[in-house]
Every structure is written in C-alpha cells, then in structure tokens.
Design a protein around this ligand. Structure first.
Ligand code: SF4
Length: 482
C-alpha cells in the first residue's frame, strides 16, 4: 500500500523544500519532546517500568498462540464474535459482508493504524459503504484525501491555517481563526454521523487475554461514541496487541500516554467487555434493541515477523509515536516522505517486513543510527540494531534499494573505512579536512554554496566549522585530568 511511488530521496527533497511543512514539523516535534521529557521526569521508576513492559511483551510474543486462544475464549464467552483474518483483504471482506448483512451504509471510524495499514476505507467505499473518520486529525486528512503522517497525530504536517482553509473549502463554512472554532465545526458535523451510522470501527491499544477486554485510549471522546452509539462495534486488532493480564495495563497505561502525548493519562480510557448489554442500553426511541461486538484479529504479515528471531522485537511496539518525534530524519522529512503508512524509525523497521524488502528496502537506510529512538521507546525496542539487520538483508536481496545505492556514496564509505583503519593516515587526513573546512567557511558555517560535492548534505543543514585542533590532541592534553 504505497502512498506515492517515487523513491525516498525524491520524496525527502520535496518535504525539505516545503517551508510550511518544516514549520509544522518543528513546532509539533519540539512540543512533544518537551512534554514527554516533563512527563517522564515525574516518574522515578521510569526505567524499571520500561524494563517491565519489555518483559511482558517479550513473554507474550513468545507465547502468542496461547494468549490469543485465551483472548478468543474470553471474548466469545462475553458474547462477542471473533474472526481471524490472515490478510488485509480478509479483514475488509469480513466487515463488508457484515455491513451488507445488517443493511449498514455508513460507518464511523476512530483512529486506527491497523485499518490504515490495510486501506479499509478504500475497500468500504468501493463496496458502497461510506466511512467517516471521527478523530479530528483523521477527519482532516480524510477531507484532504491524504494519508496520516504520524502514528498518533495524523495531521501533524498541517498548520492551523491550512486546516482552516481546508474546512472552508470542503465544508463550505466561514474561515475559522482559532483552534476552538475548527474543533467546533468538526464536532457539529460528526455528531450527526455518530447518530446515523450503522457500525463503529475501531482498533485497540491493548486486548487483554485474561478478561477479553479491549482497551482504547483517546483524548477526544470519539471512540466512546463510535463504540457506544451504533449498534455494531467492530475492533480490528493486530495479533501483537494482546497482553496477558488486566494487571499488566498498570504498566502500559503509565508508559503510553507519557511517551505519546506527554500526558499522565489520556482524557478517556475505555475498557470494553463484549457487546453492550441490555442493562447498559439507554432506552429511548433511537436505541437499537441489540448491540453486537466483532473482534477481527489481523495477521497481515505479523506471523512472518514473529518467525524472525532477530526482528521479532518489532512486535513489542505499542504505537506511541515517541521514536518519530525524536528521530532527526523524521523531524526533517515528516511521515509522508517515508511512502508507507508507518513512518519514522518503527516504520523503517516494520514496513520492509510487512511490504517486503523489494518494496520498502530503502527505508532502513533513512536513519542516522543515533539511537535516540531506542532511548525514547517505552518498550526499549532496539530499533538501531534492527535497522542494521534490515540493511544487511536489503543488501542481500536482489533488486532491493541497497543494490542501487549511488556509486559515489559507496566509494566514499570505502575510502573512509580504509582511512579509519590507519591511525596515522586518519590523523593526517583529519588535519587536512579541518584546514580546508576553515578556508571554505563563512560566518562560522560551511554552507552548500561553497562545497559542491557535499551539496546534498549541506543544502538543508549548516555544517559547523571544525575547531582548530582534533579530539586526539585535546585528549592527549586532558587524559590525566580527573
Ligand atoms: S517503537 Fe517504541 S517508541 Fe516507536 S512507536 Fe513503537 S513503542 Fe513507541
């Protein structure tokens, strides 16, 4: 499910040249990083929590068959229906058949990466069923006919002004000036959709095997309405979302909001146990007589990931988005440049596995391997190691991007490797580079205007001028200091 076909480099250049996008990305990622830092600082046992989360995920993924069977048993006992879907097409087919059988012509959807992954909206529209996204960010990108550019903030690439213009054009309303006006317009439109939809479709943040509970976190209340107003609720859940015990939520519900939005807790956390019961139904003239709950357990390539011991860890992901915010590559190119539905470091790891290396093998190379993603990840997923492993696989895969890397880049890496292995040569070359750099500098920086072979690197960044002496010289002088 490629969003756009040209290659990553081309898409990245487009993103880098978009000044509005650069403003929106900087504003949003800076804010999220700062909020997360404050939220994490308030939890003294943060590292212990991360370690515990990782342990739980590791145990669950290693016993996935057991916990999935337990989940199915519990959901069925609660009166829910369970459908196993091997592919995205299986998911869409099941939901379309269900909608047709119940005479449903419009559905309300809450934000769900699983349904984005399989392009469920396209399948529904092709079947004559109207999907309406009800998360504000998803609603915006649905109106704009775009794809989400962040796991938890789908419209992160849009400024308030762009959204106001979009609403004015698509909804024929006056141009909103404040965020409150924008949300009020969306709320008024969506209220009617909730009341008239025949089905609500959600994902799930967690599915508890012990109790059959589907857990959903949100800030807007649209999930509550999507699951409680229409008579049918369908939850499309990747098989890796299962956790063993209800008590495990105390770990994940502390980690997820702090990592994702920098909140101690989201405004709403819904714990859904099967369909709504008669005792829970408000009996007015609009109330359906009966509610249904369908759990669609989606594989869509996850068992393939499970089979790979080196990359299995990517199934621990709880989709918080923290690794995107801290990634220096994501911060500059945003989500849409990645070309697949999952962006950022986690996208660069799972997209090649879900889509295949021939399709998405260039993504693992879109990383500086700085390790910021691993440090930010609430489940301590070792993303850099997996990126390296995927690079090695991509090189082995005939026709993958690695085989098409630029000759100049490959040669430069070889020259660097040869130099780095010869200490005297390394010192001499270092001194020469420092001298040349200082000659090229203007105003303390080296910019693209001066260095044409390095133009691609310096076009979007300043290269600071190296100091007059090397780290080695500094070290020789200070190594005795304590
Ligand atoms: S890899 Fe970690 S940081 Fe990135 S989205 Fe998943 S859980 Fe969050």
């Amino acid at each position: 499910m490629s969003l756009v076909s040209p290659d990553l480099t081309e898409r990245s250049h487009t993103a880098l040249a978009d000044a509005t996008l650069q403003t929106a990305l900087k504003r949003a990622t800076d804010t999220f990083i700062e909020r997360r830092r404050e939220a994490v600082a308030g939890v003294p046992d943060w590292e212990a929590l991360r370690a515990r989360a990782r342990q739980i995920k590791e145990h669950t993924i290693n016993h996935l068959d057991y916990y999935l069977e337990q989940l199915v048993e519990q959901v069925t006992a609660l009166g829910g229906h369970v459908h196993w879907a091997r592919t995205g097409e299986d998911v869409s087919r099941y939901i379309i058949e269900l909608a047709r059988a119940r005479g449903v012509t419009s559905v309300v959807k809450s934000k769900s990466m699983a349904t984005e992954e399989i392009e469920l909206n396209h399948a529904l529209e092709a079947a004559g069923i109207r999907p309406v996204e009800t998360d504000l960010g998803e609603y915006i990108i649905q109106l704009a006919h775009e794809k989400p550019s962040h796991i938890i903030v789908p419209a992160i690439h849009k400024t308030r002004e762009q959204i106001a213009d979009l609403f004015a054009e698509k909804l024929k309303v006056g141009r909103a000036r404040e965020v409150e006006e924008i949300t009020a317009i969306a709320r008024a439109r969506l209220r009617h959709e909730f009341l008239s939809a025949g089905m609500g479709i959600t994902g799930a943040n967690f599915a508890v095997a012990e109790t059959g509970t589907i857990v959903l976190v949100e800030n807007e209340g649209n999930i509550r309405l999507s699951t409680q107003v229409p008579p049918i609720h369908v939850a499309v859940v990747g098989i890796e979302k299962v956790i063993p015990r209800f008590a495990d939520l105390s770990v994940f519900l502390r980690l997820l909001p702090r990592s994702g939005t920098g909140q101690k807790q989201t405004a709403y956390v819904s714990f859904l146990n099967g369909p709504r019961q008669q005792t829970e139904i408000a009996h007015d003239s609009n109330s359906p007589n009966e509610f249904e709950f369908h759990l669609v357990l989606m594989d869509n390539g996850r068992t393939r990931i499970l089979a790979d011991e080196q990359l299995r860890e990517s199934l621990y992901c709880i989709r918080c988005g923290a690794c995107l915010n801290v990634c220096p590559v994501y911060q500059k190119i945003g989500g849409q440049a990645y070309g697949w539905i999952y962006p950022g470091p986690i996208g660069a790891v799972i997209s090649p596995q879900l889509q295949g290396l021939k399709q998405a093998g260039e993504l693992p190379f879109a990383s500086s391997l700085c390790g910021a993603c691993r440090d930010a990840c609430p489940v301590a997923i070792n993303l850099p190691d997996m990126l390296l492993a995927l690079r090695a696989k991509a090189k082995e895969t005939e026709g993958a991007h690695a085989g098409r890397r630029k000759l100049g880049e490959s040669m430069a890496m070889r020259v660097y490797a040869a130099t780095a292995q010869r200490p005297k040569l390394f010192v001499a070359v270092g001194a020469m580079v420092r001298r040349i750099s200082r000659l090229l500098a203007k105003g303390g920086k080296i910019t693209s205007a001066h260095v044409s072979p390095l133009d691609e690197w310096t076009r979007y960044r300043d290269l600071p001028v190296p100091t007059g002496r090397s780290f080695r010289a500094w070290w020789q002088e200070h190594k005795g200091d304590e």
